[in-house]
Every structure is written in structure tokens, then in C-alpha cells.
Write a protein that binds this ligand. Structure first.
Ligand SMILES: Nc1ncnc2c1ncn2[C@@H]1O[C@H](COP(=O)(O)OP(=O)(O)OP(=O)(O)O)[C@@H](O)[C@H]1O
Length: 237
């Protein structure tokens, strides 16, 4: 269901993105918009360009052609310094294999973005503990990623992505390595928390059940958007 608070002005808009990886063209004129608070699924078969699109939208990779505008700023033209500041303060990212730091406990992994932003250690750890609780992994604060299940580790990754209060979370196959029960728990936690905090989510997935959590779905084929379906409307039919 759409969130009534969503603005009609996009928070993030990509137009005509082209991106080559060596001799392979990953994006061929892809355009997509994400509104504040919206949950958008990007689907498509393997190799259709989903991850490359996410990387361009998150300012991780610069497109060869086209524009990416975030809250009035051209991401594709920003300096590396400004881009990394935006990634630290406005964006959160979650990947298929959470990419937690194996040597750090769950609470220290989640506290890390706050420490990098200058929050004192004890306050950062306390806030991290609150976020672990929100994601249902309280009690595992001192465990390291290797001592947790895949689903628990992925919920820690979500807590780390959201702890700084980002405007957008980019999630690339966040449930790709999980079984269906853990996948449902992770998605429910992500969607609930994003709705509660008004965070927009760009969700890359090839799984129709995961895409069904989104407000809207765009499908990529050969590096361009081929169809847009209102996932919520489809689900209600
Ligand atoms: N770093 C890279 N170097 C070379 N080619 C790449 C690189 N990243 C992606 N590609 C190529 O670009 C195309 C799009 O890849 P991308 O990972 O964006 O697609 P995807 O839809 O996310 O695929 P998957 O679902 O398999 O992850 C593919 O042909 C892929 O082989």
C-alpha cells in the first residue's frame, strides 16, 4: 500500500543512465524515480543491470551517461568528498552477504557508522543496542557475525544501515542468501522500520515474494526499464 505522506517530487531520480563495464554495457538508458518514504523494488533477470543501477543511484559508481539527482544535487557530478559525506549521512546500504566486520561484535558493527560520524562511544553503543532490539536481535549484542545465523546477521546489517537515520536505504538482494522463513523475517523488519521512520528503500531482488513488499516495482531488461507495475495494486487483484 502506498504511503500517503509520500511527496510527488522524487527524492532520487535517474535519467538515461548508461554504464559500461569494460566491453559489456550494463545500463542502456535506464531511468527511475524514488519518492521520499517509498519502497521501490527493482526486478529483472540475472545480468539485467539491477546492481549497477543501485550502485549508480547510491553514488557508489558514476554512470558514463545520464544524470542522477538526489534532493536537488547531481550525484553523478559531485566530488568524491561530498559523495562520501552523502553516503555516510543520507544513505544506508545492505548487500546480500551483510558485509559485517567479522572481528567486531554485533553492537560494535552497528555502532560503527555513528562512531565515524563523531558520536561518543558509549552513546553510539547504546543507540546500536536500541536498533538491535528493534530488529529482534537483542541478546546477541556481543556475538560476532560468524556466531549468528544468516538471518540474524542480516538483521544486524539492517540495523547498521538504519542507525544513522538515512533518507534512503539501498538493499541489494538482502535476502538472497536466506531461507524463506528468515527472508520473511528480514523483509518484515526492514519494511516495518522503513515505514516507521519514513525511510525510502530501493530494493533489488529477483524474488517476486520479496518484490511484493514494495509499493511499486520496476523491471529491468538489458539495462533499461521495460515495465512498471504497481505492486500493491497487483497484489490486491
Ligand atoms: N565489475 C564488473 N565488471 C565487468 N562486468 C560487470 C561488472 N559488474 C557487472 N558487470 C556486467 O554488467 C551486466 C549487468 O550486471 P549487474 O550485476 O548490474 O546485473 P544484475 O541484474 O544485478 O545481475 P544479478 O541478478 O546476477 O546480480 C552483466 O552483464 C554483468 O556481467
Amino acid at each position: 500500500m502506498s504511503n500517503d505522506n509520500q511527496s510527488t517530487v522524487p527524492l532520487l531520480a535517474a535519467r538515461g543512465l548508461v554504464k559500461d563495464h569494460g566491453r559489456s554495457r550494463a545500463l542502456r538508458g535506464a531511468s527511475v524515480e524514488l519518492r521520499a518514504g517509498e519502497i521501490l523494488a527493482v526486478t529483472g533477470s540475472s545480468g539485467s543491470g539491477k546492481s549497477t543501477l543501485l550502485h549508480c543511484l547510491a553514488g557508489i559508481v558514476r554512470p558514463d551517461e545520464g544524470s542522477v539527482v538526489y534532493a536537488g544535487e547531481r550525484l553523478d557530478q559531485l566530488s568524491e568528498d561530498r559523495l562520501s559525506e552523502l553516503r555516510r549521512t543520507e544513505f544506508g546500504v545492505v548487500f546480500q552477504f551483510g558485509q559485517l566486520i567479522p572481528e567486531l561484535s554485533a553492537v560494535d558493527n552497528v555502532a560503527l557508522p555513528l562512531l565515524l560520524a563523531g558520536t561518543p562511544r558509549e552513546r553510539a553503543r547504546a543507540r546500536a543496542g536500541e536498533w538491535l532490539e528493534r530488529f529482534g536481535v537483542r541478546g546477541q549484542e556481543e556475538q560476532r557475525p560468524g556466531e549468528m545465523s544468516g538471518g540474524q546477521a542480516q538483521r544486524v546489517s539492517l540495523a547498521r544501515a538504519l542507525v544513522t537515520g538515512p533518507k534512503v536505504v539501498f538493499a541489494d538482494e538482502p535476502t538472497g542468501a536466506l531461507d524463506s522463513l528468515a527472508s520473511e523475517q528480514v523483509m518484515a523488519a526492514l519494511i516495518h522500520t522503513a515505514r516507521e521512520s519514513g525511510t525510502a528503500v530501493l530494493l533489488v531482488t529477483h524474488d517476486a515474494q520479496v518484490a511484493a513488499y514494495a509499493d511499486r516495482e520496476v523491471t529491468l531488461k538489458d539495462g533499461a526499464v521495460v515495465s512498471e507495475a504497481d505492486a500493491a495494486l497487483e497484489a490486491s487483484l
